[in-house]
Ligand binder design. Structure first.
Ligand SMILES: Nc1ncnc2c1ncn2[C@@H]1O[C@H](COP(=O)(O)OP(=O)(O)O)[C@@H](O)[C@H]1O
Ligand SMILES: [Mg+2]
Length: 273
């Protein structure tokens, strides 16, 4: 008998065959502004394998959000190609990605549960059924007692968890997370990073995680791409040789972690010069 606890939130379709779930090739993107064109991204090459977490770190304004918008199908590059699950069309990218924007964008009049259930309602699922499917996720990820709370009653960390569950419930193979913990204090942030690592171990997805925090990128990512200041270019890519989910203390005190952190910080500092 189904209890609802094993209700499927896994992607409804398998990823296409092929090594890369996400492939960005020689992408350039600029914006028109009254003071002339702004070149946001230049010659970006990035890839992520199925269920890999690719962390992208770079200074403010270097085009990180622009990159996620291109992946999500919210825009097109001026040059180069963007493919998700092997598909280049904008419609395919829109259908393959769940995008968690920088601000949590929870509806203030809906409970936490109904905010998460919205991911299913927009797919045409009636609210009672959407709630029924969303609730097990709240239970599994330690949020059951907050399901009925309104966003204003939740802490910043809790709101981000709800926004993440909504992103997960969309049932897409690729998750695009834009500075998910950027607005949180450092203690909450550390706890949230561990929570996200556990959640992704339980519900593996291909993830592009954007952050300006090198430690966060190294703690959560399988690979870390460091971008230069605008126009964003890939300065370096680092492999993170630790299994996920990682015990925080052991990981961040490991000498190999310190070496990677140093390399990433150096790459950020000289920005490819
Ligand atoms: N829709 C837009 N119109 C004009 N300029 C934009 C637009 N979106 C982003 N930009 C510009 O592109 C650059 C990169 O922005 P963004 O991708 O938001 O950077 P990041 O997320 O790394 O902080 C910035 O200079 C920003 O002002
Ligand atoms: Mg941004």
């Amino acid at each position: 008998m189904r209890t609802g606890l094993e209700a499927p939130v896994a992607p409804p379709h398998k990823l296409k065959e092929g090594p890369e779930a996400i492939a960005v090739r020689d992408v350039t993107r600029s914006f028109r502004s009254p003071r002339g064109d702004v070149l946001a991204l230049e010659g970006i090459d990035l890839a992520a394998a199925d269920r890999e977490v690719l962390a992208v770190v770079g200074p403010s304004g270097c085009g990180k959000s622009t990159l996620l918008e291109l992946l999500a199908g919210l825009g097109e590059p001026d040059a180069g190609t963007v493919a998700v699950t092997g598909e280049r069309s904008r419609e395919a990218r829109l259908g393959a990605c769940a995008y968690m924007p920088q601000r949590d964008l929870l509806l203030p009049w809906r409970s936490a549960l109904d905010n998460a259930a919205l991911a299913l309602e927009v797919q045409g699922i009636a609210r009672p059924e959407a709630r029924r499917r969303a609730l097990p996720l709240f239970e599994r990820f330690g949020l059951a007692e907050f399901a009925r709370a309104l966003p204003a009653e939740l802490s910043g960390g809790m709101r981000q968890r709800v926004a993440f569950l909504r992103t997960l419930l969309a049932g897409r193979p690729a998750l695009l997370l834009d500075e998910p913990f950027g607005a949180l204090d450092s203690i909450t942030r550390a706890a949230m990073q561990e929570w996200l690592a556990e959640a992704l171990a339980a519900e593996p997805r291909t993830v592009v995680l954007v952050t300006h925090d090198v430690r966060e990128a190294l703690f959560l990512g399988d690979r870390v791409a460091v971008l230069s200041p605008r126009p964003g270019r890939v300065v370096t890519e680092l492999e993170v040789p630790f299994e996920r989910p990682r015990p925080r203390r052991e990981t961040v005190t490991d000498p190999a972690f310190a070496v990677l952190e140093e390399r990433a910080l150096e790459a950020l500092e000289d920005g490819g010069r």
